[in-house]
Design a protein around this ligand. Structure first.
Ligand code: SF4
Length: 280
């Protein structure tokens, strides 16, 4: 059964929500494990090292201490960036560390602690979003892409929207209608992908500077990893009918992200011109 991901983070997601706490909690467990392993590695050869040179245990101890300080430093910086929602020093680099190193590590530690893969992935997506937000990236409408999964489309819809979402007749039976309206209102590209391969091709062809992607935990985590260093803001879909079937998305959250990432003057222009269209 799906967890409830319905609550939008309209405050920018700066609070330490449970999703983020899972990832940060696993990080702390990893740090403690790392400390324990280094402690054992230092203590076991202690006697043997002394016989080689009396200062060797001290030198080894200092090296381990420096390594530990670096690991704790990265974790502390990550936690502070997530809690404060500000780019403290290297949030771009931190995102790289989280994506390339910590997600695989956290999945392993999560397994040991009885945390499911999807919970770790969901937490990773929240942390990733927070790090993207901390960079305050802004993009012109034509450089921002809404990337959607095909499972959002109503299962009986006969219109082929993977080639172009303009084929959607906006009947309102699925969220594609609302997404097409958002795409039109803000002038941003909207693409629907049937899987990771097509999603990658769309990104290569359209060359966006920023992506707002909707998908399940697995596909979103994979997409965020594949697209790095391109910033991807992830929105987990809802699956009231089970996985990959007539899924739903929180449109308010997508619009919030759009307003947040578009260049402010463009948001005002687009909203003004869409108001004008409605009146005329
Ligand atoms: S909103 Fe568009 S994609 Fe969805 S069912 Fe209607 S026509 Fe098909």
């Amino acid at each position: 059964m799906d967890m409830d991901e319905s609550a939008p983070i309209l405050d920018g997601g700066n609070s330490l929500r449970p999703q983020k706490r899972i990832f940060l909690g696993l990080l702390v467990v990893t740090c403690l494990l790392f400390t324990f392993i280094l402690g054992v590695l230092w203590y076991v050869p202690y006697v043997g090292l002394t016989s080689l040179h009396p200062r060797l245990p001290f030198i080894l101890g200092i090296s381990f201490f420096i390594m530990l300080s670096m690991v704790f430093g990265v974790v502390a910086m990550l936690a502070l960036t997530v809690m404060l929602g500000r780019d403290l020093f290297f949030s771009r680099k931190l995102r790289g560390v989280v994506i390339k190193l910590l997600l695989p590590l956290m999945s392993g530690v999560g397994k040991l602690c009885g945390v499911s893969k999807d919970q770790v992935r969901r937490s990773f997506i929240e942390i990733n979003n927070q790090l993207v937000l901390a960079q305050h990236p802004r993009a012109a409408a034509n450089k921002l892409l809404l990337l959607m999964p095909h499972c959002l489309q109503f299962h009986e819809c006969q219109f082929r929207i993977t080639g172009s979402t303009l084929h959607c007749k906006r009947c309102g039976k699925c969220p594609i209608k609302g997404l097409a309206e958002l795409s039109e209102k803000y002038g941003v590209g909207l693409a629907v992908a049937t899987g990771g391969t097509l999603a990658r091709r769309i990104v290569v062809e359209r060359r966006p500077l920023l992506i707002i992607a909707v998908a399940c935990e697995r596909d979103l985590s994979g997409g965020i990893q594949d697209s790095y260093p391109l910033p991807v803001f992830g929105v987990v879909n809802r699956r009231p009918q089970g996985p990959c079937f007539d899924t739903q998305v929180d449109l308010d959250r997508v619009e919030w992200a759009l307003k947040n990432f578009l260049i402010p003057a463009e948001v005002e222009n687009k909203v003004e011109s869409s108001r004008f269209k409605v009146q005329s």
